[in-house]
Design a protein around this ligand. Structure first.
Ligand code: PRP
Length: 194
């Protein structure tokens, strides 16, 4: 869906935001199917394990909250918040923690939930940080993987979509903390950030 009028007639969302969307890449329907399928796989893989799902604030919140409601096994839930520094569009590996876990993950099976992996710096840092707390295992799940932009090697165990190297917003993803509430993931028009 690339026409602004089509987007507006399909979704009851902020008109100002929709005007800045070049194209809808993943519709709400497509995302829902993908989240359900990931939840099914995760529920099978973590049967009879002490699972702790860790959402990375802020981008992962919508994916995290939809995913957790589709899990059919018991789990504990927590959040972590880190900031990566660099330019407005690329992190450089300098990571600062804003909020640590509330739950001690020792001997638990941790699943880190992200909205997108770009350079890989953030996930690598979060993974190492949790690894230092002696969990039983750590795996990672990201709705989107922007493989083309990877700088550091980090494994992702569950991936929703392999996405193109475009500026994506919606469903948790932001530009300058706007657009997170869009129910779809779309490509932001270039003139909004250039
Ligand atoms: C985004 C995203 C990941 C990170 C991925 O977060 O949620 O945490 O960037 O980029 P990387 O692979 O290059 O490290 P961001 O720092 O934009 O903050 P946000 O979650 O608050 O949107």
């Amino acid at each position: 869906m690339s026409n602004v009028q089509d987007i507006q007639s399909t979704y009851q969302v902020c008109e100002e935001w929709v005007q800045n969307i070049q194209q809808v890449l993943y519709s709400d329907v497509k995302i829902k199917e993908c989240v359900s399928s990931l939840a099914k796989q995760i529920s099978e893989d973590y049967k009879n394990k002490d699972l702790l799902i860790v959402g990375c604030l802020t981008g992962a919140v919508i994916f995290y909250s939809d995913l957790m409601r589709e899990l059919s096994i018991p789990y504990k839930s927590d959040f972590i918040s880190v900031s990566s520094y660099g330019s407005e569009t690329t992190s450089n590996g300098n990571v600062k923690m804003n909020k640590d876990l509330n739950i001690d993950p020792k001997n638990m099976h941790v699943l880190i939930i992200e909205d997108i992996i770009d350079t890989g710096h953030t996930l690598k840092w979060v993974k190492q940080h949790i690894q230092n707390k002696s969990p039983a295992s750590i795996k990672t799940c990201s709705l989107l993987n922007k493989q083309e932009r990877r700088i550091v090697d980090v494994s992702i165990d569950y991936i929703g979509f392999e996405c193109p190297d475009e500026f994506l917003v919606g469903y948790g993803l932001d530009f300058n903390d706007h657009y997170r509430g869009l129910p779809f993931i779309g490509i932001l028009k270039t003139d909004c950030y250039m």
